[in-house]
Design a protein around this ligand. Structure first.
Ligand SMILES: Nc1ncnc2c1ncn2[C@@H]1O[C@H](COP(=O)(O)OP(=O)(O)O)[C@@H](O)[C@H]1O
Ligand SMILES: [Mg+2]
Length: 258
């Protein structure tokens, strides 16, 4: 029998909000992508934002790291008003927010080890060579790829690249991690392995996550809660079970290919 969803992901683990989006708006010319999006994320929680292709999921998480500047609304991250920060404050806060891009986005000309060291150098973390070395070793072990240290991305499979990208995101020990389509482009089995790894690492490091996806398998495996992004708003929120039981045709549409 299939293990129940509730057995794997617990209810809201904490009452402490680490992220709060209110009335978020973003338009590209006349294309109003976000039209008043609201969402809360609590410490230790995994929230999945579900939405069809082109609905604005990537735009949404780019706003949370201020790669895109919203045209309206507010974003509170770890007690800071994100949109009001100056560049230096923003740089400090960004270290606490990890971002796994839709593509793995590894540097092809660098070895796995150099890829992992890159964010440490960039953010002036782990100042001694010994500390950096220890962090690289720890993260490679955490994603089960200790033997790939001196390989180049072209020598890795798609699943391995995604694992290394995950290690590179987590090496700064972020409190919040944003995952953009973590399983897209992978076969179903490798995708499931990545989701299981995300869950395992979340337990190890106590992170809170927003996972963007159009794939409800990801929600079933990993999400405490799902928020449906539709026409720029948070159309509905619920657990995987609640979504599965819903009679709403918009929600039902996502179950068609499951
Ligand atoms: N930098 C940009 N400039 C103009 N339009 C953009 C930009 N980024 C995204 N868009 C538009 O915003 C909408 C949402 O895109 P996106 O967030 O990438 O969707 P998805 O839900 O598939 O991740 C699309 O209509 C897309 O064309
Ligand atoms: Mg996207």
């Amino acid at each position: 029998m299939e293990e129940s969803h509730a057995a794997r992901v617990s209810a809201r683990p904490s009452q402490e909000k680490v992220l709060s989006l209110r009335g978020l708006e973003l338009a590209f010319g006349s294309n109003k992508v976000l039209r008043g999006f609201d969402l809360d994320l609590y410490r230790g929680e995994n929230v999945m934002v579900l939405g069809k292709s082109g609905s604005g999921k990537s735009v949404l998480i780019k706003c949370i790291v201020r790669l895109l500047m919203p045209t309206g609304g507010s974003i509170e991250v770890l007690g800071h008003d994100l949109l009001g920060l100056d560049q230096e404050e923003l740089d400090h806060l960004r270290v606490r927010i990890g971002f796994l891009f839709q593509s793995s986005a590894l540097y092809d000309s660098m070895t796995v080890e150099q890829n992992l060291r890159f964010p440490l150098r960039r953010h002036w973390m782990a100042t001694t060579p010994g500390e950096a070395e220890a962090l690289v070793t720890e993260m490679l072990a955490a994603v089960g790829l200790a033997h790939t240290r001196s390989l180049y991305p072209s020598e890795l499979s798609g699943g391995m690249k995604r694992r290394i990208a995950l290690a590179r995101t987590l090496i700064l020990k972020p409190e919040i991690v944003l995952y953009d389509e973590p399983t897209t482009g992978l076969d179903p089995i490798t995708g499931k392995e990545i989701v299981e790894l995300i869950l395992e690492l979340q337990k190890t490091y106590g992170t809170s996550s927003i996972i963007i996806s159009h794939d409800l398998h990801v929600a079933r495996l990993a999400a405490n809660r799902i928020a449906l992004l539709h026409e720029g708003r948070n159309y509905a929120e619920g657990t995987y079970e609640e979504f599965r039981a819903s009679q709403d045709p918009l929600i039902q549409n996502f179950f068609i290919f499951m």
